[in-house]
Design a protein around this ligand. Structure first.
Ligand code: COI
Length: 369
């Protein structure tokens, strides 16, 4: 087992309490950052070294640093929650650690031992615990990431040097609107593709997101909130929404509801919230499984009243109900277009576990301080 000790350099220049409280009262998403960050470097000769917690601040990087040119980078998204008991907790951080390493393998970057990854997160959360907001539905969003730092424009092999960093940002509801989510209108992207077989769709790398922005802009121009991605080969099968996974709810008259999410074909991101909902739903009498659905089936099943709800899920937004779909050949509505009961039931249960209002039967919660 690798032992890595983090050197701790707390800053004396923390934000004044009144300034911090004003931010925590209305944090938005990803706009404000805490007093500290964690960094760690990797080189071919030394492996992981120079692990430290230090003041949040800028990096100085040579303009020829490889990440700027070839996008060799990856990131994660996770949250710390302040529970009613006063405890500050993480949700399944080891799953983020495993996915970080899966992304690292695909991007030919060095892996980080899972316990070191989790320790880095815990150190930052613990040092900046006063930055965890306490109003309902808020959290401290954590953004671990890694970039290639070798200087040079050669492209014959992966970088010889890397920087790992974790930053933290107090966060309110991702789509605004306070604790109660509003139903989104989504745009079917029939022209652009997010990920192709053999590509990087199953890992969390910046290129997947940068390449999505033209389609996101198109969705906004069409008056929609988010883009829905179809498979890149047939442009038929529904894959994801924006940077989130999708679920469909079928409710037979008088029967038990069933949730279905597109299977992980290699082009979809294996979301932590996606996995948690697949495990949680059956404990609530909701059948859950993976499958596939075409845009035509989505439309027909809504018209037949079989597909009653749809929602997207991800760490940042938790669960976002989808009310309406639009595309070049028209649009349709899920149920009455409002957040549905199955979506809201699952959301309440998941948030209940995260905020400590409900028992944690799966052992997903890890107390930090
Ligand atoms: C997350 O849900 O954590 C994400 O990575 C989405 C991000 C693009 C805000």
């Amino acid at each position: 087992m690798v032992t890595i000790d983090f050197d701790i350099f707390p800053t004396r220049e923390t934000a004044p309490a009144d300034q911090r409280d004003a931010i925590l009262a209305d944090p938005g998403f990803g706009a404000h950052f805490t007093d500290h960050m964690v960094t760690m470097r990797w080189s071919e000769e030394a492996g992981w070294h120079d692990a430290r917690l230090e003041a949040y601040g800028s990096f100085t990087l040579d303009p020829a640093t490889s990440v700027f040119h070839y996008g060799q980078e990856l990131f994660e998204g996770m949250k710390a929650y302040r529970q009613d008991s006063g405890a500050t907790v993480l949700f399944r951080p080891e799953v983020n650690a495993a996915r970080f390493n899966s992304s690292a393998r695909r991007m030919a970057m060095p892996e980080i031992p899972e316990d070191v990854f989790v320790r880095a997160i815990e150190l930052l959360v613990s040092e900046d615990r006063d930055w965890v907001p306490t109003t309902p539905g808020t959290s401290l969003y954590l953004r671990p990431f890694m970039i290639a730092t070798q200087r040079g424009l050669g492209f014959s092999k992966p970088s010889t040097d890397y920087l790992f960093c974790v930053i933290a940002s107090p966060a309110a509801a991702y789509f605004g609107g306070g604790e109660k989510p509003r139903a989104l209108t989504v745009w079917l992207s029939e022209h652009y593709s997010r990920a192709a077989p053999g590509g990087t769709g199953f890992v969390k790398v910046g290129g997947n997101y940068g390449g999505a922005l033209a389609a996101s802009r198109e969705a906004l121009e069409k008056g929609c909130d988010q883009v829905v991605w179809l498979d890149a080969v047939e442009h038929t099968w529904v894959e994801e929404m924006g940077g989130m996974n999708l679920f469909f709810v079928h409710t037979p008259p008088g029967g038990c509801p069933r949730i279905m999410t597109p299977e992980l074909t290699g082009t979809l991101l294996p979301g932590v919230t996606r996995d948690s909902l697949l495990k949680l739903a059956p404990t609530l009498g909701i059948e859950a499984g993976e499958g596939r659905i075409s845009t035509a089936e989505w439309r027909e099943q809504c018209a037949a009243g079989e597909l009653t709800e749809a929602f997207a899920c991800g760490t940042a937004a938790v669960m976002a109900p989808v009310g309406r779909v639009r595309g070049v050949s028209g649009g349709w509505t899920m149920g009455d277009g409002e957040p549905g009961p199955v979506t809201m039931r699952l959301r309440e249960e998941l948030l209940g576990i995260q905020y400590g209002r409900l028992p944690d039967p799966f052992g997903w919660i890890r107390k930090v301080c």
